[in-house]
Design a protein around this ligand. Structure first.
Ligand code: ASN
Ligand code: ZN
Length: 333
């Protein structure tokens, strides 16, 4: 059976009106993205197990921009998964999480007022709660890209989710969350080095994490130290997130897409950025060809320098730039 690739209209909560891949079966459209490995988006309707119900309907318009319409969270989740698919394909030449052209799936409306989102290897799927009072689903671009990137890490480096490797696993998800958000060029949810700035998980409008200066969240670490492996992986990710910011943009004060940053360095020495595209290329190559399950911060420095050397040459400005960024987060050679 041959089915045409359709483009539906998504009225999202966080990213405005967007285009979504859909499929027409008979006279019913479903949120099945045939152009992206048949990634499907399901409604759990408050449940916490099973696949739920595939979003479907007689028109090809999904959601109305408000959380009271249950298609809205589906539109945001489908959009985020599609952007992450496109980013992997267009920037890194990878067709889907496993590189085999097969899409994962997404489930929204998990539980009641559940304030988290997660990836599971067991279902090869990502799942989203509806947030406080079921008003702030955790379906923004960066959260979706973060969760989908956990799938990528699981099938590549397989970084163990504890100790320093756990921090690097978390940082990998934050790094590609930022990269996907920048790559999306969405005018409502602009690219930034903040994580979770749209979902108001703290209830005061502040982001969950800050990559330019991770300690701004009150818990994350700016710099590596012996024993950082003992803190929660969402905080030991700090030095690697900070590395990505510094490697991309350099130290000091800077405003990008209306967001102001001021990134410090452990030794007070300035760092000159190489640009986020190159920094992301280096991290991706290291993740997929150098890092292994027990890679720690010292190993990550070695792995990224090896990746940068292959991409840009020994002694290149790119290699020097990322070495300076590692030194600036206290990861020495
Ligand atoms: N949302 C969290 C994360 O992806 C869930 C977890 O703690 N693993 O990091
Ligand atoms: Zn995570």
């Amino acid at each position: 059976e041959w089915q045409a690739v359709h483009n539906g209209v998504g009225n999202t909560q966080y990213s405005g009106q967007v285009t979504l891949g859909s499929t027409l079966s008979g006279s019913t459209y479903t949120l099945t993205d045939a152009g992206r490995g048949n990634h499907r988006t399901y409604d759990l309707k408050g449940g916490t197990s099973g696949t739920g119900t595939l979003f479907s309907g007689p028109d090809d318009t999904w959601g109305d921009g408000t959380p009271s319409n249950r298609e809205t969270a589906g539109a945001d989740a489908a959009y985020g998964a599609g952007l992450t698919w496109d980013y992997l394909k267009n920037v890194h030449g990878r067709s889907g999480i496993r590189g085999d052209g097969v899409g994962a799936y997404s489930r929204v409306h998990y539980g009641n007022a559940y304030v988290n989102a997660f990836w599971q290897d067991s279902c090869f799927c990502m799942t989203y709660g509806d947030g406080a009072n079921n008003q702030k689903p955790l379906t923004s671009i960066d959260v979706a890209a973060h969760e989908m990137t956990h799938g990528l890490t699981s099938v590549t480096a397989k970084l163990v989710y504890s100790g320093e490797s756990g921090g690097l696993n978390e940082a990998t998800s934050d790094i590609f969350a930022a990269a996907v958000e920048f790559n999306a060029n969405n005018t409502k949810d602009v690219g930034d080095y903040l994580v979770g700035e749209k979902i108001d998980i703290r209830g005061n409008g502040t982001p969950l994490r800050y990559m330019d200066k991770p300690s701004k969240d009150g818990s994350s670490k700016d710099y590596w130290y012996a024993g950082i492996g003992n803190v929660d992986v969402h905080y030991s990710s700090g030095p690697a997130n900070h590395w990505f910011y510094l490697a991309s943009e350099g130290s000091g004060a800077k405003t990008i897409n209306g967001v102001s940053y001021d990134s410090p360095t452990s030794d007070g020495q300035p760092v000159v950025g190489i640009g986020r595209e190159k920094a992301a290329k280096i991290w991706f190559r290291a993740l997929t060809t150098k890092f292994t399950a027990n890679t720690n911060y010292a190993n990550a420095r070695v792995g990224t320098v090896a990746a940068a050397t292959e991409l840009y040459g020994a002694g290149s400005a790119e290699v020097k730039g990322i070495e300076h960024a590692w030194a600036a987060v206290n990861v020495g050679s």
